[in-house]
Design a protein around this ligand. Structure first.
Ligand code: LRH
Ligand code: MN
Ligand code: MN
Length: 425
């Protein structure tokens, strides 16, 4: 299934008048505040968020998996699904692959399928948290941190292979997330585990093409429950610093202990020029991988507030923006449309923060005013602005409604069948 420009227009038609009314009202309010609408719209249009190839099917919990049907069974079908999202919201122009959940075979066909729907390839993710088919030694007790050099070598080779795959597709970054850790005190030596990890990452780093980045993801616990080798941003930052200019920290929003101040982590990493990328999702308890903005939208806004300020005030290079969510209740495509919209909304809210007044309030210790300034932006309903930016890019005013009007899921089920399942978690 491919969505045409005519179909987009037809879904916009019945909503155009009320959208124009809402947008014009908002535009007047924003202009009165001295904001430049054209610039805002341009920034929102330029903001593209990569879709993870593993989020296109119904995700599993360890208790069960309830597929909704019509899932993409091949990498080309996954790319086509992202093409559908991108046609609707013009905001997701790339895919982030996970190897070996995705094993590209016919590269020409893959590149052609991607070009057809205007999709590129963002960071490639390696996977040393599962044994691969036919693997001679197991990652049960870790991969790059493992005490056994033979296992470390398998894991290094896998990461190098992922780089080679990414190169053929035009990716520019390798994301490394290591499950490595321990579940019981005494199980392994913290120092040896970190040292092994560092040495192995060095070897992988040496293999990175000149214009590539290595993004090091951290996570406090799970699948191990006593310790994780790269447990927090500090450990990731330490490794990135030791490795060199091409290594950065990746922040997955779900990878923090409850109530961690993620916006402060973002600010500090940007100050050091080491914020390399994001995995967006939301959570109530742990690494819940829920729809972005569904639980803590204010936190998301505060993170974007630091990002927007950091873009102006630091020389941190543009981070890679990726979603890392998985869904076992909702239609995955609807869920991704919601996530992208939530990200753009938080970005828009941050873009209208009156930074000069905020700096003035901070300088005069006017705490109440600082709060007012942030909340004024957060509580302004900017949905018409986000919709307008998408409409002007040729997308739909109402992604979920359009998705339903165009009977996307029904068509995918017809084309692929009810039993078609995507690879992933
Ligand atoms: C680990 C993680 C990491 C993996 C993905 C599937 O929890 O966030 O990014 O690659 O989930
Ligand atoms: Mn992640
Ligand atoms: Mn995760």
């Amino acid at each position: 299934m491919k969505i045409t420009a005519d179909q987009i227009q037809s879904t916009n038609k019945p909503r155009e008048v009320s959208h124009a009314r809402e947008f014009n009202f908002l535009a007047e309010t924003l202009e009165k505040k001295g904001l430049n609408l054209e610039q805002l719209i341009q920034k929102l249009q330029d903001f593209q968020i990569a879709i993870p190839s593993w989020a296109l099917g119904t995700g599993g919990t360890r208790f069960g998996r309830f597929s909704g049907g019509g899932e993409p069974a091949t990498l080309i079908q996954k790319i086509q699904d992202i093409g559908i999202l991108h046609a609707l919201n013009r905001s997701s122009d790339c895919v982030s692959l996970h190897i070996p959940w995705d094993i590209p075979q016919d590269y020409d066909a893959i590149l052609q399928a991607a070009a057809e729907v205007e999709i590129g390839f963002d960071a490639v993710n390696s996977n040393t948290f599962q044994d691969q088919a036919g693997q001679s030694l197991s990652y049960k007790f870790g991969s790059l941190a493992n005490q056994d050099q033979n296992i470390r070598e398998i894991a290094i080779e896998h990461n190098k292979e992922v780089i080679r795959i990414g190169e053929k597709l035009g990716s520019k970054a390798l994301t490394v997330w290591l499950a490595d850790g321990s579940s019981f005190p005494g199980q392994h030596s913290f120092r040896k585990a970190l040292q092994n990890t560092h040495e192995c990452l060095q070897e992988i780093y040496q293999d990175l093409p000149i214009d590539w980045k290595m993004l090091i993801e951290y996570k406090p616990y799970e699948p191990y429950f006593y310790s994780t080798v790269i447990q927090d941003w500090g450990t990731s930052f330490l490794l990135a610093n030791k490795l060199g200019d091409k290594a950065y920290t990746l922040v997955d929003l779900g990878h923090h202990l409850p109530n961690t101040n993620i916006e402060q982590i973002v600010a500090n990493l940007m100050t050091e020029g080491k914020l390399g990328g994001f995995h967006f999702n939301d959570s109530k308890y742990g690494d819940d991988d829920l729809t972005v903005g569904s639980i803590k939208p204010y936190q998301l806004f505060l993170i974007f507030n630091e990002l927007v300020a950091g873009f102006e005030e630091t020389s941190n290079p543009a981070p890679a923006w990726m979603i890392d969510a998985s869904h076992n209740l909702k239609d995955p495509l609807e869920d991704l449309l919601q996530s992208v919209e939530a990200i753009k909304l938080a970005y828009a809210q941050a873009l209208i923060v009156d930074q000069n007044s905020l700096h003035a309030a901070q300088a005069s210790h006017d705490v109440s005013m600082a709060q007012e300034i942030l909340q004024e932006a957060f509580r302004t309903d900017l949905r018409p602005l986000v919709r307008e930016s998408i409409r002007q890019s040729g997308g739909t005013i109402s992604p979920i409604q359009a998705y339903r009007d165009l009977k996307v899921r029904e068509t995918l089920i017809k084309e692929r069948g009810l039993d078609s399942k995507a690879s992933g978690l």
